[in-house]
Design a protein around this ligand. Sequence first.
Ligand SMILES: Nc1ncnc2c1ncn2[C@@H]1O[C@H](COP(=O)(O)OP(=O)(O)OP(=O)(O)O)[C@@H](O)[C@H]1O
Length: 439
Amino acid sequence: MRIVCLVKNQQPLGATIKRHEMTGDILVARVIHGGLAERSGLLYAGDKLVEVNGVSVEGLDPEQVIHILAMSRGTIMFKVVPVSDPPVNSQKTVYVRAMIEYWPQEDPTIPCMDAGLPFQKGDILQIVDQNDALWWQARKISDLGTCAGLIPSNQLLKRKQREFWWSQPYQPYKHLRSTIYKEEFVGYGQKFYIGSQLRAPGCGASSCAGAVGAPYEEVVRYQRRPTDKHRLIVLVGPSGVGVNELRRQLIELNPDRFQSAVPHTTRSKKSYEMDGREYHYVSKETFESLVYSHRMLEYGEYKGHLYGTSVDAVQAVLDDGKICVMDLEPQGIQVARTQELKPYVIFIKPSNMSCMKRSRKNAKIITDYFVDMKFKDEDLQEMEDLAQKMETQFGQFFDHVIVNDNLQEACAQLLSAVQKAQEESQWVPATWVSSDTKS
Ligand SMILES: Nc1ncnc2c1ncn2[C@@H]1O[C@H](COP(=O)(O)OP(=O)(O)OP(=O)(O)O)[C@@H](O)[C@H]1O
């Protein structure tokens, strides 16, 4: 028998209890990392509770024991029969990016709701205990000083995801960005754009909405060394928000440092064009083989011709020691997320309606049919709705978010974010980094 005295001091004890199904004994179910019980080093999962403040717990329900504890102030005395083999946590701490959101209050299956850790898509979590196959203990890296909370394990979430997925009616794939594939054409001293519908690259079952993906992605800190290639900068945003404008302005600031990749096309070369400057001109067969071998980051069709940006074209910019900046459909992010490109994804977001009405008063949009059309309220509303959908569906992939209200400010923020992405250490998927480049 062991006597344990803990001073509660307005903080939770940091332990959960359960009743043994066969014997009816009240046992310590788990001890939460960083909580009072764990810091005392005197209570372990599996310890049998005999008395609390002199009151025997024999025959009591766990709820009744909790009630006694809740009523207690100051020092609490436990009489326990120690577990014969206290668990040793020999696991190393793992960091993951949450690819889903989790709200313990909405999960009736969590063993202890108060001990749950809520998190959002994209949050980086420090997992400190994976002893239980179903419920892990974790902290948010933004809040490492607090005690850990319970999160569903990978295995449990995958099971839940599969059950949820199978219970959903089939939903055909929908485009979020009703955008056009843009071809920048310079002629007669005037710049204009030609548009075409973009098809989603590699939209097989695995990349489409609704498919079951890993709920957590293991991440590590990555510090780019001066000799390493630059990270690809990917800009994502709803159609018309200003992705192209910002990319153009960034490149204009320093064309020796920032560059776009030269796209491929199956259309024939015009007299004033040069292969490899405006486009790489290739046959339909070559283009399709690039698509089938997953070497196209994005592609689309316009007036019977294919246009797209290849991994190799991006690599060529990076090999040249420059920073490649490209815009992508959010569905294309997964294709770009490779060790070779290490993309840093920046989401360009519209501000609220009244600000957008003011800032876009003189701006022009390009649609499939019209060039230079003013933004209507419906366009701005659609942009806001799309931005929301993108954040909900793809927010876990965004490394940085910029609200594009004032163009100059947004451009300055973009420049600073791009510099940080290249020069400061960042969380990236563990699979992108060999152990010698972890920071
Ligand atoms: N902050 C801003 N303030 C005012 N006008 C802006 C701002 N950002 C972009 N614009 C203007 O809005 C219009 C649309 O921008 P842009 O072409 O970059 O959109 P986009 O996000 O690339 O969408 P799409 O691919 O559908 O063209 C352009 O005329 C651009 O100059």
